[in-house]
Design a protein around this ligand. Structure first.
Ligand code: ZN
Length: 363
């Protein structure tokens, strides 16, 4: 009953209006498909005026279903098997996936999910379907029980004890796993550990999972000798992990020759060679012997000054100098090791870093 009232109040009412409108149009125009139906069997007069949502042409019904939210689509799956088949369709969920999770589901997270599905398939004894050669959704239809839709209960106060069978390889299953916080995925976290002073203006790899109750994330960082975790990480502090540079790989710096004072960059840094790299934000500075903006020729020098302006000028962390030609990884056990560099190309990247700027200059 709860489900029915939910549907009536949130979805069906709206759909019913559209259905009535469609019905009125159909009556007026006397479309051929409707007349053909009438000829098939003799109808009781009052039944002739009734029309089910499923009597609508597929395209019209699809247009209506596309307007539904994820929770409304889930609710509709419990109405009847025909509507369920339509409401679990990947094409309806891809749009919701993109809207809510598109920014964070980078290549690394997609790869992780596929590997997770692969493992599930293997566990279910279907090894023949377990290899994926492209980035399209996997097509084998092994089902899993989503029970209950806990994120729905939290968001809408509904109790879906019955659960629902959905394909493991469906976008809906992926979406539900993200919302339920069952899927830990790779992402990078800005200013890790709640802006711990040792990590301000950096971005580190982590495994994160969503908590729909607080609309934030839990993060786990892996580091040599110490595991750290953090709760209540806001959406704005996350970005997708890079699949081309894992946290222990040295990034290939292909921007060094073109760097000029004032350019914004990120550089890999790690405390010792056993630690993973984090990405640190900085701005290219002037060489010590440079007169400044007017007669600057820093861009032509073989060395480039990498400045970290969140630190005081006298701080040992304020700047480092790297060689444009031969740079790979430089540093020592005291100052840490500076790795690959990437130049920030978009205003959005720079704005994101500026938003994270500490309230006070660091020592
Ligand atoms: Zn200069």
């Amino acid at each position: 009953m709860e489900l029915l009232s939910f549907c009536l109040s949130h979805t069906i009412c709206w759909l019913f209006i559209v259905s009535c409108l469609a019905r009125s149009i159909l009556r007026t125009n006397g479309l051929p498909w409707r007349r053909a139906t009438k000829n098939k069997k003799k109808k009781i007069p009052e039944e002739e005026n009734r029309m089910s949502l499923l009597d609508l042409p597929d395209l019209t019904l699809d247009c209506i279903l596309e307007k539904l939210s994820p929770s409304e689509l889930c609710a509709m799956t419990s109405v009847c098997s025909e509507l369920k088949d339509k409401c679990v369709s990947d094409h309806l969920w891809e749009k919701h996936m993109e809207k809510k999770w598109g920014r964070l589901m980078g290549d690394a997270a997609v790869k992780e999910w596929k590997s997770h599905v692969d493992t599930l398939m293997l566990c279910l004894g279907d090894s023949s379907r377990s290899s994926f050669s492209n980035t399209k959704w996997m097509r084998s239809r092994i089902v899993a029980n989503l029970k209950p839709f806990s994120w729905l209960s939290r968001n809408h106060g509904c109790d879906y004890r019955r659960g629902s069978q959905v394909a493991i390889d469906s976008v809906m299953y992926w979406y539900s796993n993200l919302e339920n916080g069952k899927f830990w995925f790779p992402a990078q976290v800005y200013n890790r550990e709640n802006g711990h002073v040792g990590f301000m203006m950096s971005c580190y790899d982590a495994k994160v999972r969503y908590d729909c109750k607080s609309d934030t994330f839990q993060a786990r960082y892996s580091a040599h000798g110490r595991r750290a975790a953090e709760e209540k990480v806001a959406w704005q502090r996350l970005r997708p992990s890079r699949i081309d540079t894992m946290s222990r790989d040295l990034h290939v710096s292909d921007c060094l020759q073109g760097l000029r004072p004032g350019d914004h960059f990120e550089i890999q840094w790690r405390r010792t060679k056993e630690f993973p790299y984090g990405w640190w934000y900085g701005i290219v500075g002037h060489l010590q012997n440079c007169d400044g903006e007017e007669n600057c020729s820093c861009h032509a020098d073989e060395n480039v000054v990498m400045e970290f302006r969140q630190f005081r000028p006298e701080s040992p962390w304020r700047a480092t100098v790297i060689n444009r030609k031969n740079h790979r990884e430089t540093g020592n056990e005291t100052d840490g090791f500076y790795g690959g560099v990437k130049k920030l190309g978009t205003e959005e990247e720079i704005t994101t870093w500026k938003r994270l700027w500490p309230a006070q200059v660091l020592e």
